[in-house]
Design a protein around this ligand. Structure first.
Ligand SMILES: [Zn+2]
Length: 334
């Protein structure tokens, strides 16, 4: 416990913290709440004997913020009841273009840990770098990443992924996501040593669920008539990488980027060549372009969920299994 002091200590530079405090006060946040947050952080940093017993006097648990849904899901699984979990991206909001309110920035500054994925949400990347550099866990740092494919060229504006030269959608490969769960368990155990065993055992259980899912997908996608998956935004690079499919993204990694007519013509050509039966679209993106393309190549459209936002029913695991079923149909897998 004592060893945590030096690790967490430098994470709270006095200057930026007081700046955040005054900004938060201007938002009429009760000063007491901020003081409470600091006390909690101090307790976590010092490993105070009262806090270490579990079920500390105030019942205060580490505040953990997850940047968007899949990270919220994995953090909820691994953190369990030992953390107070919040999320920065409300359900139904497309996470790539998230803008943070001053209140959310204050929450980031006060959190014990922010779980994010560098390259998905520039606003979060920036706020974490400024306010929580040592109280953050970048999920991309836990696994090997794959490069952002050239054909996803959102280079003109690069709005969504200005800093990332890798594809950030790594949660769509359950085997990589299992590694994320394990590493997150270690990170939470570090930040809240009193509950380390709980974090590590839940992380192991979550990793097992994800490894099982990986196995199911590997088997389900092993023998198929086709292997080309045309999607509205290039979110499925890791899925394609893991299960040896070929992803053709109509627009880039940023779902809001409009494909050029040349790009559309190119995708239509590939879709015809590969006898693609299904053009995949997704719920939070306007399906118009996918529909036009499907009509042109004589395919139908179907939803493939990039699981960037909380599903209306079920969770990450059930959404991934729905994706598997739809892919099996579209690709004619036996
Ligand atoms: Zn995306």
């Amino acid at each position: 416990m004592k060893r945590e002091t030096s690790r967490l200590g430098p994470a709270f530079p006095v200057v930026s913290r007081s700046a955040v405090a005054s900004r938060a006060a201007a938002l009429r946040r009760p000063v007491a709440a901020i003081a409470g947050g600091l006390a909690l952080l101090a307790a976590a940093a010092c490993g105070s004997p009262t806090g270490a017993a579990g079920g500390s006097p105030g019942g205060e648990r580490p505040k953990v913020l997850a940047a968007f849904y899949p990270l919220e899901w994995v953090t909820g699984r691994v953190g369990g009841d030992d953390v107070e979990l919040g999320t920065l991206t409300a359900p139904g909001v497309e996470p790539h273009d998230l803008e943070l309110t001053p209140r959310q920035i204050a929450e980031i500054a006060q959190a014990d840990l922010v779980v994010y994925l560098k390259g998905v949400q520039p606003a979060v990347d920036e706020a974490v770098a400024e306010h929580a550099p040592d109280r953050s866990f970048d999920v991309a740092s836990a696994v090997s990443t794959i490069p952002a494919a050239e054909e996803h060229g959102h280079d003109e504006e690069a709005e969504g992924h200005a800093d990332a030269d890798y594809d950030p959608h790594l949660w769509l490969d359950p085997s990589r996501f299992a590694t994320v769960a394990t590493r997150l368990g270690d990170r939470l155990a570090e930040a809240d040593a009193a509950h380390a065993d709980g974090y590590r055992s839940r992380a192991a259980a979550t990793a097992k669920e994800l490894t099982d899912l990986d196995e199911e997908m590997r088997e389900g996608l092993a023998t198929c008539a086709g292997r080309t998956v045309v999607t509205s935004h290039a979110a499925f690079g890791y899925l394609a990488d893991r299960y040896k499919l070929k992803q053709v993204g109509i627009s880039g990694i940023d779902p809001e980027s409009e494909p050029s007519p040349a790009r559309l013509a190119e995708v239509a050509k590939v879709a015809k060549q590969e006898k693609v039966t299904t053009i995949f679209t997704e719920e939070l993106v306007n399906p118009k372009v996918a529909e036009v393309l499907a009509a042109e190549v004589g395919a139908k459209t179907e939803v493939l969920n990039p699981i960037e936002s909380r599903p209306e029913t079920g969770d990450y695991l059930s959404a991934a299994r729905e994706n598997l079923a739809r892919l099996r149909t579209a690709l004619g897998c036996s």
